[in-house]
Ligand binder design. Structure first.
Ligand code: BG6
Length: 503
């Protein structure tokens, strides 16, 4: 009999429509709200997954009479679905704005009256998710205000949840402190920490690939895998995000969260179900067993982009970007060489890299297999490593590279590929990560949200690299825009007799 883990998913998930509720959006005028959250809310409404009563309360520090137009514009620009005027006006009819300082109790009193009015007029039933799309330094202020006003508690028949955007602290100690602040107000089960990579279809498909198939799991270990490369590359610079990015950098912005989550999902053992608890247990075990391969200084590289030509355009160096101090030592590229001390993975390096202004925008996980123990061919020149690449984005799918005989009278070998593409294999709508995750919040389903301990363990890993970098500032390398990073990162792999993939 086939035991199917997917059966552990409750039937209600097949009917994934949110019950009466609303979202209170702190930072409604911010970049993230405009680019991701508001369009995702529209897309959910468009697909009929939000209740008719659904309401959005925007909390803004400055009163802005044009806010409804700004929101509509953001939706029109960012929505994945074609905008339907009836759906849009239904959504906008549930929009309320509370203007006030986050530090003042009267803001939260106004918010309380607004929520009561929505319960009365639209039937939101007291169910609200507070979404903190604001700079992290404001988290304690807003959480304190919500707590003092008692808004974290909706009573016996309603729910209240809080959604926190990364970064969750800037190191293990601050993440722990932040967690104490959050859980001093909200029950831990009501806290949803967003790592939007976990909302991506291709990332969830890792679980299907590994645990729904017989083919991969037997070779998914150090007997067969030579090494793993996890890449998150962007061709853009930091744009207008200087305020957020400087002092944070690529390692804290991407590796601590997105890439270590990808590593955990790639390396973890089979969970007993796909419940949040079962996934947490397996991911934590991996993160706890993850360490630097060799010394930290030999296994961690960071760099900053220089000025230069990229895609036919002259682009500025990081230190010349608007709002960035000329002396900034923030990394815009980081690469780590990690190992996992478990029976399955001991001895297999996991190379992680993330950066801005690289060759192109691509996120992928490449499982590079060992050569067979014996090759009975007179020439194997055209033969590379069998490699399974999970294309997280763009061109979502998978490619398997393997050796084949070149047609002809002699036994010549060459690498060939087998491709799986979401676009060709499925006609179903593929939701944006934010759509999926916001719906999960409204349904109260936490499996795709990292838990506090995972975040702390990820920081424990990264803190070691950050400490090594801080103690040797001269290790900050540079790279030209449009390339694949600094020479030091190539050298790190070359010392192991390996090279980075060119995605
Ligand atoms: C965010 C980072 O988490 O992910 C950004 O803060 C980055 O710096 C973004 O640009 C990339 O997301 P995606 O989904 O486009 O890979």
């Amino acid at each position: 009999m086939v035991t199917n883990l997917l059966r552990a998913i409750p039937d209600s998930r097949l009917q994934r429509i949110a019950a009466p509720c609303g979202v209170v959006l702190f930072g409604i005028t911010g970049d993230l709200s405009k680019r991701k959250i508001l369009p995702a809310l529209y897309d959910l409404a468009h697909r009929g997954l939000l209740p008719p009563s659904f309401s959005i309360v925007g909390v803004a520090r400055q009163p802005r009479p044009d806010l409804p137009e700004v929101i509509e514009e953001a939706i029109r620009e960012g929505a994945k679905s074609e905008v339907n005027e009836t759906t849009l006006s239904q959504l906008m009819s549930g929009l309320r704005i509370v203007a006030g300082q986050y530090t003042e109790d009267c803001t939260y009193e106004d918010l309380r009256s607004t929520l009561a009015e929505l319960d009365e007029t639209r039937g939101t039933s007291g169910n609200f998710a507070f979404y903190l799309a604001i700079p992290p330094e404001l988290f304690p202020t807003v959480l304190g205000g919500l707590g003092r006003a008692g808004l974290h508690n909706g009573g016996d028949h309603s729910w209240r949840r809080v959604v926190i955007e990364k970064p969750f602290g800037s190191d293990a100690a601050s993440a722990k402190k932040l967690d104490e602040v959050v859980t001093s107000v909200f029950d831990p089960s009501a806290v949803f920490r967003i790592d939007h990579y976990l909302g991506k279809e291709t990332v969830q498909n890792l679980l299907a690939l590994r645990f729904a198939n017989e083919l991969f799991e037997p070779v998914w270990n150090s007997n067969h895998v030579d090494h793993v490369q996890i890449t998150m590359a962007e061709d853009i610079g930091i744009g207008s995000r200087a305020g957020y990015y400087d002092g944070i950098g690529a390692a804290r912005d991407i590796i601590q969260n997105h890439l270590l989550q990808l590593l955990a999902l790639t390396a973890m053992e089979e969970p007993t179900s796909f419940s949040a608890e079962a996934l947490r247990i397996e991911k934590e075990k991996v993160l706890e067993a993850t360490h630097f391969f060799g010394s930290v200084s030999e296994s961690a590289v960071r760099a900053q982009y220089e000025s230069g030509w990229q895609g036919g355009q002259w682009v500025r160096a990081y230190r010349e970007e608007e709002g960035i101090p000329a002396s900034s030592t923030t990394d815009t590229y980081a690469a780590l060489r990690l190992g996992i001390e478990t029976r399955r993975w001991s001895g297999v390096p996991f190379y992680l890299r993330a950066g801005k202004r690289l060759g192109r925008r691509v996120s992928e996980i490449a499982i590079v297999f060992k050569y067979p123990p014996f090759l009975p061919f007179s020439s194997t020149d055209g033969l590379g490593h069998n490699t399974l690449v999970i294309h997280v984005q763009p061109n979502e799918g998978m490619t398997f590279t393997f050796g084949s005989k070149v047609p002809g009278a002699v036994m010549n070998l060459r690498d060939t590929t087998m491709d799986f593409s979401y676009g060709h294999a499925f006609t179903e709508y593929s939701p944006e990560a934010y759509e999926r995750l916001i719906l999960d919040v409204l349904l109260g389903e936490p499996p795709l949200f990292p838990q506090a301990r995972e975040i702390e363990l990820s920081w424990n890993i990264l803190d070691k690299a950050e400490a090594a970098w801080e103690s040797s500032p001269e290790t900050l390398a540079t790279y030209a825009p449009g390339t694949w990073g600094p020479q030091a990162a190539d050298e790190m792999l070359a010392r192991d007799g390996r090279t980075w993939r060119r995605p």
